[in-house]
Ligand binder design. Structure first.
Ligand code: XLS
Ligand code: NI
Ligand code: NI
Length: 434
């Protein structure tokens, strides 16, 4: 035991807890929601990078957090793992996620980094034997180190492509070894700063080829988790190739991977792309590629991917509505890709942030399940499109031609009558649940 969380007891579900006590007031893991235990429905994960590796810097200032493991050594990496699993014990969430660089010290070359990584992966494996926490997904950090400054798979230098391929291989191996249920690729620097020095077509080809190799390797080693791409429009680069769900889908189609790869959709990234979270989820669901979510929120004033813990029940409810509508997560889950504000220095801040976020998600998903069960939105939607249920409409869609349709418009004197979209009525309906 470390003393990092000294005095903080495991958090329990207790809706009657005193106002200043740390408790789940809405998240009861055993409550049945939408036909499953809430824990199995939400599938919460803690993100190693934000919670244990991030030092609290922003573009104008460096480290604000002073954690005893902030050193690039194996001992410090083990201490960090000890503390992480202590927090998992306090929260009781079922999953965690990591990048290679979050958990191991960087070595002088690839082989040394790999040795460090393997040692810590084994250490995590041992800890997982006595903890209930499983691995939701692993991923490679191909964006922090300066070698990746011009991209990983899309780099103009083939040596960086090679280094990235070797890194992803090692991270898939580790994810497989730890029983991870997904493997995520976020193209942190797979984009450009300026088109003046960029061969966009070539870089896109490189990214497609790289992803094909990832899928081939997954099959080769028998990893049966899901490969997920996490779209983001920009930041750190000015433009990223995995801009949003629609863009990634066309990319997958182009490289024949639409049946192999799904999406990990992040709230803040959806907003950066000029969409709502529920838009990205609804589109991915419609395309059959909705895999998992990164739950956070942006500050709507700053316009950055501020990765704050969620606090907006109506927004979260509409997101889970899409997830429940598609039948819930399979291998995916709710990863808190969220970090503290840099003034939130105390261990208690870290625990409270997760507890609050889990309660917000519980409220959101319960509202979503109630809406789905009531069926009001689906009935209204079905009614709005009911004209399409008729035989003539179906026939037109299937085998109509512009000239045959034009003939029918004239002969039947088709004269459309506009109907209310009933937006405010539907907004009032949603408000009753959230
Ligand atoms: C950054 C991304 C990152 C991914 C994993 O914006 O959200 O944290 O989730 O590489
Ligand atoms: Ni993000
Ligand atoms: Ni993310």
């Amino acid at each position: 035991m470390t003393d990092f969380f000294a005095g903080i007891e495991p958090v329990r579900f207790d809706p009657e807890a005193p106002a200043d006590a740390l408790a789940y007031r809405h998240y009861d893991p055993d409550e049945m929601v939408g036909g499953k235990r809430l824990e199995d429905q939400l599938r919460f994960a803690v993100a190693w990078w934000h919670s244990f590796a991030w030092p609290g810097g922003d573009p104008f200032g460096g480290q604000t957090f002073e954690r005893p493991w902030f050193e690039d050594t194996i001992e410090a990496a083990k201490l960090k793992a000890d503390v992480a699993f202590e927090m998992f014990g306090i929260l009781g969430q079922p999953f965690y996620c990591f990048h290679d660089a979050d958990i191991r010290p960087e070595g002088a070359n690839f082989s040394e980094s790999q040795r460090n990584f393997e040692e810590i992966v084994d250490y995590l494996g041992e800890k997982m034997q006595s903890a209930k926490t499983k691995l939701l997904w692993g991923t490679a950090n191909l964006f922090s180190h300066r070698r990746f400054m011009a991209g990983a798979a899309t780099n103009p230098d083939p040596d960086v492509f090679a280094y990235s391929a070797a890194t992803v291989k090692s991270c898939i191996d580790a994810t497989h070894k730890l029983g991870g249920q997904n493997y995520v690729l976020w193209g942190g620097r797979e984009g450009y700063e300026t088109l003046l020095n960029t061969d966009l077509a070539r870089e896109r080809q490189q990214a497609g080829r790289f992803l094909q190799m990832v899928v081939d390797y997954k099959h080769k080693i028998g990893f049966d988790g899901t490969i997920l791409i996490e779209p983001k429009p920009q930041e750190p680069t000015k433009h990223q190739y995995d801009y949003d769900v629609g863009t990634v889908y066309s990319f997958l189609k182009d490289f024949g991977l639409e049946g192999e790869v799904k999406m990990n959709i992040e709230q803040g990234h959806a907003i950066l792309a000029g969409h709502s979270f529920e838009h990205e989820l609804a589109l991915a669901s419609a395309l059959g590629i909705l895999g998992s979510i990164d739950m956070n929120r942006n500050d709507y004033q700053s316009g950055w991917d501020t990765d704050q813990f969620p606090n907006n029940v109506p927004e979260v409810a509409l997101a889970y509505y899409e997830i429940l509508k598609m039948g819930g997560f399979t291998t995916g889950g709710t990863n808190f890709d969220a970090k503290l504000r840099r003034q939130s220095l105390d261990p208690m801040d870290l625990v409270a942030a997760h507890v609050g976020a889990m309660d917000i998600c519980a409220r959101g998903i319960k509202a979503a399940a109630a809406m789905l069960e009531d069926g009001g939105l689906e009935t209204a939607r079905a009614e709005r499109y009911s004209g399409w249920d008729g035989a003539a409409a179906q026939e037109m869609l299937k085998s109509g031609t512009l000239d045959s349709i034009a003939e029918r418009v004239v002969s039947q004197d088709i004269n459309p009558r506009p109907q209310s979209g009933r937006q405010e009525i539907l907004e009032n309906y949603v408000s009753r649940f959230v």
